[in-house]
Design a protein around this ligand. Structure first.
Ligand code: NAP
Length: 638
């Protein structure tokens, strides 16, 4: 098969068709009979007949051949109204008016986006040089902050506790670790990677991506590795943050900064469960995020505690090599059928991304559209719902039925597992995992057992469950997640009047738009409280919106000459009230769900309950009226 034939075979045809409009300048390619009809969770099958798909390929082939053989100049770009039609075409639906500017921005056909810092004006450039920012963390968000700050001409230093960049992708090296958002979307919007080997690539590939971005943007020289921030305090007199860190040799590092951006992630500090006797275990024990690669699991009796996203990935990897594996499950995960979860990206598809103008953008747009509102309507609670507590609305109940059937079908030969693997809480209560069958296949292995009896204690020899059974093991692996609700912990952060951030929060972290908090001037968070998403989008999109807004806040400081800003209390309160009200009406806010999305008081501290478009719009630029600006005339611009 020729490269072109392979490419046509692998193509996402709606994305290819709109590329033909770019190549030919002819909008008649958008033929109604070629418009796709997607079904939820269908992986973007176009709903077109094989005959029709063959016709599209046959029609596209000579156009691509001519393009490759010609001088490769494109006709003038399609006018905006045609681009709107192209969007509708790829989406297979009429895109609501309120989404058009947001999606057009994400598509960024001209290469420009609202996320690019615009600091060209000479007075701004001059003011930018007076700012000094400390970024905490060189993971996905911290690197992004570094890129945007350099583009704005703002000086910055990134402090990173690890010896390399990558954050979560550096730390989580457990077997089977991979991304669970489509990779062609889980990448910076301005740094596409046409060579992703898989649709959901593995951790080493993700780490390489972030490493190469750090190199390409010259960020390494701005990063102080193996330097852990321990505390920071706002100096009211001078209007700056004093940041204290410790380097690898245990030496104190002190920095001053006009602003601090915390980019430490939500899932960064491993959480071991409070099970009695945990320290008494005589074998080897470790957490999934601190994987002991020096421990050979071959032939060992292993216990895994937890069945969340991490265990879901490493259990199928280790099951074949261990002597026996007991998986201790408190609550089963919901899993969405995703047959291509481990599949390679066909070479022909990579070729299209690389060689056909705009194909990468339109394919990304398609992925983005599919998760824009994603399954949000299906996980929204209906206050009038009077059905069982295993759902939150009629739509949610239907959705549940569909996924439960897919799970039940996989364990049809194991009736003992059916009730154990189908969750009783509503779909969307926790993050659903992507299922290509390997999880339940692993649980069905002869050397694997799924233990649902609660763990009573950990003993020197293993685990004892509440029914009195002793489970002797050589190794315990904790897949028990992270201290998610303890945002920015264990850093000590003192704001105005020496007030401690964690005491102020009192176990209930809140921020305005997930980024700023009253009393803590010029302190910004990326992936802060209430910016996590459960069923829609990629967190990179959120970070890009947050960084745009934070850079906008710095611009506001530069433009006004203010030395500090913080959100007005009433703005902060009103925002949080809106978020809480909306979260209560989502599946994850349901009283029938316990998860790390909620803090001890039961408030959802993690999740964004609205659409992606709402975060995009809210973070376009800061509204000066939302902030208290502390003036410093000398620093004023112009
Ligand atoms: P997690 O989702 O918080 O799962 C922790 C698991 O441990 C849950 O099954 C939990 O049960 C169980 N557990 C906690 N304490 C326990 C106890 N005392 N006794 C018994 N079981 C206990 O943690 P994770 O799997 O590390 O994943 C965390 C998050 O990281 C994910 O939600 C996801 O956002 C992210 N992640 C993403 C990927 C990816 O993109 N590929 C991979 C891994 C992780 P309950 O459910 O009953 O609380």
């Amino acid at each position: 098969m020729s490269t072109l034939d392979e490419a046509l075979e692998a193509a996402h045809l709606p994305s290819l068709i709109v590329c033909l409009v770019h190549l030919t300048g002819d909008a008649s390619w958008l033929r109604p009979e070629w418009k796709p009809t997607y079904t939820p969770l269908s992986r973007g099958d176009t709903g077109l007949s094989q005959d029709e798909e063959a016709k599209i390929r046959a029609a596209a082939k000579p156009v691509l051949e001519a393009w490759l053989a010609g001088d490769r100049t494109l006709p003038p770009p399609p006018p905006p109204e045609t681009v709107r039609r192209m969007m509708d075409f790829v989406a297979g639906a009429e895109i609501p008016e309120g989404y058009a500017d947001f999606l057009m921005d994400e598509l960024a056909l001209g290469g420009e986006s609202t996320k690019d810092p615009k600091w060209e004006a000479p007075p701004l450039k001059q003011a930018a040089r007076r700012l000094k920012v400390v970024v905490v963390g060189a993971g996905m968000s911290g690197l992004l902050a570094g890129i945007r700050l350099s583009q704005a001409g703002v000086d910055f230093t990134i402090l990173e506790k690890n010896p390399d960049v990558g954050g979560t992708w550096f730390e989580n090296t457990y077997p089977g670790c991979r991304v669970d958002s489509s990779n062609h979307m889980y990448s910076y919007s301005f740094e596409p990677n046409h060579a992703w080997p898989q649709h959901f690539s593995t951790q080493p590939v993700l780490l390489d991506y972030f490493r190469s971005v750090a190199d390409r943007y010259g960020l390494r020289e701005k990063i102080r590795f193996r330097t852990t921030v321990e505390e920071m305090a706002w100096d009211e007199g001078r209007g700056l943050w004093r940041v204290k860190a410790v380097d690898a040799e245990g030496r104190d590092v002190s920095l001053e900064a006009s602003a601090v951006i915390c980019a430490v992630g939500q899932l960064n500090r491993p959480r071991y469960p409070d099970i009695p006797g945990r320290d008494s275990f005589g074998g080897i024990a470790f957490h999934s995020a601190e994987w002991r690669h020096d421990v050979d699991l071959a032939g060992k009796r292993v216990a895994v505690i937890g069945t969340g996203a991490s265990a879901f990935q490493f259990v199928p990897e280790i099951a074949p090599c261990v002597a026996s594996l007991k998986v201790f499950q408190r609550t089963p995960p919901w899993c969405f059928p995703t047959p291509h979860y481990h599949e390679d990206v066909p070479e022909g598809f990579k070729w299209l991304l690389e060689h056909v103008p705009y194909y990468d953008k339109w394919y990304r747009f398609f992925l983005f559209w599919m998760v824009t509102d994603g399954l949000l309507p299906a996980v929204k609670a209906d206050p009038a719902w009077d059905g069982p507590p295993s759902a939150v609305s009629a739509a949610n109940a239907m959705f549940r039925e569909m996924i439960a059937q897919a799970l039940a079908a996989q364990v049809a030969d194991r009736p003992d597992l059916v009730d154990k693997v189908i969750p009783s809480y509503p779909v969307g209560g926790k993050r659903a995992l992507l299922d290509n069958g390997v999880w339940l296949a692993a649980l069905k292995r002869e050397n694997v057992s799924l233990v649902t009896e609660p763990i009573a204690e950990i003993t020197p020899k293993g685990l004892k469950t509440q029914d009195g059974t002793e489970h002797e093991v050589d190794v315990i692996i904790y897949g028990t997640g992270f201290h998610a609700s303890r945002f920015l912990w264990p850093m000590k952060i003192k704001g105005r009047g020496g007030r401690d951030l964690h005491e102020t929060w009192g176990g209930d972290p809140r921020a305005y738009l997930g980024m700023t908090t009253p009393g803590f001037p010029n302190l910004f968070m990326i992936y802060g409280p209430n910016t996590n998403i459960v069923v829609n989008g990629s967190i990179i999109f959120f970070s890009e919106c947050s960084v745009r807004y934070i850079v906008g806040c710095l611009k506001l400081l530069a433009e006004t000459g203010a030395k500090a800003l913080e959100p007005k209390r009433e703005v902060f309160e009103a925002f949080n009230a809106r978020v809480d009200e909306a979260n209560r009406l989502m599946a994850w806010g349901s009283p029938n769900v316990t998860s790390w999305y909620k803090n001890e008081a039961g408030r959802v501290t993690q999740n964004w309950p609205f659409g992606l478009v709402d975060y995009w719009r809210a973070t376009l630029e800061p509204n000066p009226d939302d902030f208290v600006l502390e003036r410093d005339r000398e620093a004023a611009v112009g």
